[in-house]
Write a protein that binds this ligand. Structure first.
Ligand SMILES: C[S@@+](CC[C@H](N)C(=O)[O-])C[C@H]1O[C@@H](n2cnc3c(N)ncnc32)[C@H](O)[C@@H]1O
Length: 283
């Protein structure tokens, strides 16, 4: 599918493409993102029955670190496709004494049937992962093998079409739509959260619970609004290099989009709205 404002793009499907890339700047952004969003992301996840957790797409361990700190009885296996992320995670964890002996990071594609793990995990967790995966069903089918009978699948996933900014920001919204199209062009789905319930159903899971998580901040929540707008501008910026390369934005469009995001910061009438989706199901 074509982007909204540009005429041509290149998209190599020969190699795995990832919208944010694996630069050190991006890896540090993930760690910061984990902290900024933790009050929302973990709000509806209950790990009280979980001692052994498989975190799929664990990245640099940003969520792993928070989970281990908040849940002292937890052991986490992080399964991550990219070696650079695992190296960063191991370096990050060497400075976290509370995590000692309570984690392992292993490299692998979560859809790879050759992955061998014990089938005694209490739960599998995905946070901001399935949007990047070509076949989410293949991943769900594959990793549910490792969960004990009655164990859980938890996921916190994006629904990027839900973003709404007030007052209207035409360039920021155009840039955002183009980023959704870019994700599609590399076989991801920036709206995967919206169909998580269907995916869990098709994977044969039971007791499916869907909890859309709306975040809306206006003048009644100025601190949260400022923090979220700043975070969102950085999130958008993280996609710029790859979108530029693939022809899904121009430097001019991004400059205008960024200016609009900054103008929102200075507008007391501004309202930020976005809804991600938390889901839970039983194996
Ligand atoms: C946006 S990051 C999120 C990382 C982490 N969950 C967090 O919230 O900080 C998505 C991660 O999923 C990884 N990933 C993508 N496809 C994967 C796959 N098929 N198997 C394992 N990891 C994958 C990426 O390499 C990346 O590190």
């Amino acid at each position: 599918m074509r982007p909204y404002s540009t005429s041509s793009y290149l998209c190599s499907m020969e190699k795995r493409e990832y919208i944010h890339g694996y630069t050190e700047k991006e890896q540090n952004r993930l760690i910061e993102q984990g902290r900024i969003l933790s009050e929302f992301v973990f709000d509806r996840l209950d790990f009280s029955d979980t001692e052994k957790l498989l975190e799929v797409g664990s990245g640099v361990g940003a969520q792993t670190a928070i989970l281990l700190e908040q849940n002292p009885d937890l052991f986490i296996t992080g399964l991550e496709i990219e070696t650079l992320q695992i190296e960063k995670a191991r370096a990050f964890f060497s400075s976290l004494p509370y995590a000692e002996s309570r984690y392992e990071f292993i490299q692998g594609d979560a859809s790879d049937k050759k992955i061998r793990l014990k089938n005694d995990y209490d739960a599998v967790l995905f946070i901001w992962v399935l949007e990047h995966v070509v076949e989410p069903m293949a991943v769900l089918d594959n990793v549910k093998r490792f969960v004990r009978q009655g164990g859980k699948i938890f996921a916190v996933e994006v629904f990027h079409s839900s973003l709404h900014l007030y007052p209207h920001c035409p360039n920021a919204m155009l840039f955002w739509k183009n980023s959704i199209e870019y994700q599609k062009s590399i076989k991801g789905d920036a709206d995967v959260g919206h169909r998580m319930g269907n995916l869990l159903h098709d994977a044969g899971l039971k007791d499916i619970k869907i909890a859309p998580y709306p975040m809306q901040f206006g003048k009644y929540a100025r601190k949260k609004r400022a923090k979220m707008l700043d975070y969102w501008t950085n999130l958008m910026a993280s996609a710029v290099p790859n979108m530029l390369k693939a022809g899904f934005t121009t430097a001019e469009l991004w400059k205008k989009a960024e200016r609009e995001m900054m103008a929102l910061q200075n507008n007391d009438e501004a309202v930020f709205y976005y809804s991600f989706v938390t889901v839970e199901a039983t194996v």
